[in-house]
Design a protein around this ligand. Structure first.
Ligand code: NAD
Length: 493
């Protein structure tokens, strides 16, 4: 029996259209998990009205008290971790080990946000004039429009919603329509923990209807979006009309470099986890492997051997290492790219087709795929595929490896395996990416560190850690003159 969910706009409500959409299991598309309202602009209007009204009270709640609510959210997420992880695996496919990690990231973010309620530091700065006091304090921005993808259905919404709330903003949240149930459960937890009505509103539905209505809405003050670079550019254009503050976390084409001097066993575990974890559907997934020439043949044969042994299946099963792709469209994209690669001259070293076998026929399963003989200008080496496809490129030295790593329009994550400290520091200095790992895979961000990328991966903001609080608050500069007379800056000094 599938559950029927509603929007939450101060209370549970259906979409004005009365229409709904289905949420299906990608490991077994016959299974309808739940249904959700197919909302439109009118529903967004209601949510923005509720958020605007609630903002006037919420901004006056002391930040430590807002933080206390987030601490209760962290406790509830902890208590329901297993249920949430199972919900997530069923609606988007990644294995339980990873969905538990996804919830854990939300828990870590909740406790960080709770503590931040007692910081939100401003600054006091000396005045150039006597008997005058200068300070800069943080104030909320207003109503935050939050639009998220399906690949981290818990972590990404929490990265955005928790700091937004602690800073005193209210929220209109549109989750991806592939993962509405995890999002709905998160909002239930926020309400149960004591977030007042109207402070967090969730509107389910499609990107071009609900998402765009949020971006275009004159009464929304900021947009935080994670998703594809194409949609991010559209959002940027539309949001510019109302001069909204916009944070964009977009695509990636992340590379792992393996030098001749690397510990190959370590590099092998790293690339398997980086390329095929979450079935390659992470913004930080390793989609290029750049190997120095002496290590190339040996490392590739080790890699092909282990890749062929990866166990595909329903992510709820303990033995499964690689789950399905999220939907049919994603499966078709992956298959199309493998064809593009072979037409460009790459060789399929393993995989390269839809997976068959017991328990796989009703799901969007694709064999973990390695493409050899790839050159850095091929489309499979430059465009984001977002699936279990790894393009392998051979290089002569660290300088060439870094050049290849930098040769895409993206700049999110990067990894270098080497035992030579000179190689490591050259890579740290010269790789153009928001994140560089040394002797660790391209995936694995920690919640208290800045997260984001350069070039077309984003527009310069960072999520995570202390940095995200910059985005969700405005600086207000305050001068208190207690001299009892007119003092003119730059003139009476
Ligand atoms: P997507 O861009 O298709 O959708 C993301 C969200 O935007 C969804 O909620 C969708 O409904 C909504 N949306 C779609 N069109 C819209 C529009 N015109 N206006 C407003 N909203 C719209 O991305 P996806 O397929 O859900 O996710 C995969 C992409 O996300 C990949 O490119 C991946 O790299 C990226 N991603 C980036 C990060 C990061 O932090 N950099 C993290 C995870 C995923």
């Amino acid at each position: 029996m599938s559950t029927s969910y509603k929007n939450f706009i101060g209370r549970q409500v259906d979409a004005k259209s009365g229409k709904t959409f289905e949420n299906r299991n990608p490991a077994n598309w016959d299974e309808v998990l739940s249904t959700f309202p197919m909302s439109s602009k009118e529903d967004v209007d209601d949510a923005v009205r509720a958020a605007r009204k609630a903002f006037e009270k919420w901004r006056l709640v002391p930040a430590p008290a807002r933080g206390d609510i987030l601490r209760r959210v962290g406790d509830l997420l902890t208590a329901r971790k297993e249920d949430l992880a199972r919900t997530m695996t069923r609606e988007m496919g990644k294995v339980l080990l990873e969905t538990r990690g996804d919830v854990q990231e939300g828990i870590d973010t909740a406790y960080y946000a709770a503590a931040e309620g007692r910081r939100l530091f401003g600054r006091t700065v000396p005045s150039e004039l006597p008997n005058k006091f200068n300070m800069a304090i943080r104030v909320p921005v207003g109503v935050a429009g939050i639009i998220t993808p399906w690949n981290f259905p818990m972590a990404i919404p929490t990265w955005k919603i928790f700091p937004a709330l602690v800073c005193g903003n209210t929220v209109v949240f549109k989750p991806a329509s592939d993962t509405p149930e995890t999002a709905a459960k998160l909002v239930e937890i926020l309400v149960e923990a004591g977030v007042p009505d109207g402070v967090v509103n969730i509107v389910h539905g499609g990107g071009s209807q609900v998402g765009m209505a949020i971006v275009d809405h004159p009464d929304i003050d900021l947009i935080s979006f994670t998703g594809s670079t194409g949609v991010g550019k559209k959002i940027s254009e539309v949001a510019a009309k109302t001069l909204k503050r916009v944070s964009l976390e977009l695509g990636g084409k992340n590379a792992q470099i393996v030098m001749d001097d690397a510990r190959l066993d370590l590099a092998l575990d790293g690339v398997l986890w980086g390329a095929f974890g979450t079935t390659g559907q992470r913004c930080t997934a390793t989609s290029r492997l750049i190997v120095q020439e002496k290590a190339y043949d040996k490392f590739l044969s080790m890699l092909i051997d282990r890749t062929r042994k990866l166990r595909l299946g329903d992510g709820l099963r303990q033995e499964t290492e690689v789950g399905p792709l999220v939907n049919q469209g994603q499966l078709e994209t992956v298959d199309r790219y493998v064809k593009i690669g072979t037409e460009e001259g790459a060789t399929v070293l393993t995989g390269g087709k839809r997976a068959a076998g017991d328990g796989l026929s009703k799901g969007w399963f694709y064999e973990p795929t390695i493409l050899g003989e790839v050159t850095s200008s091929m489309r499979v080496a430059t465009e984001e595929i977002f699936g279990p496809v790894l393009a392998v490129i051979r290089v002569k030295n660290i300088t060439e490896a870094i050049e290849v790593a930098n040769s895409t329009k993206y700049g999110l994550s990067s990894a270098v395996y080497t035992q030579d400290i000179n190689n490591a520091y050259q890579a740290i200095r010269d790789i153009r990416a928001g994140i560089t790992y040394i002797n660790a895979p391209t995936i694995g961000a920690e919640a208290h560190m800045p997260f984001g990328g350069v070039k077309e991966t984003g527009n310069g903001h960072r999520e995570g850690g202390w940095t995200v609080y910059e985005f969700y608050s405005e600086w207000k500069t305050v001068y208190v003159d207690y001299s009892g007379k007119l003092q003119r800056a730059q003139i009476d000094t």
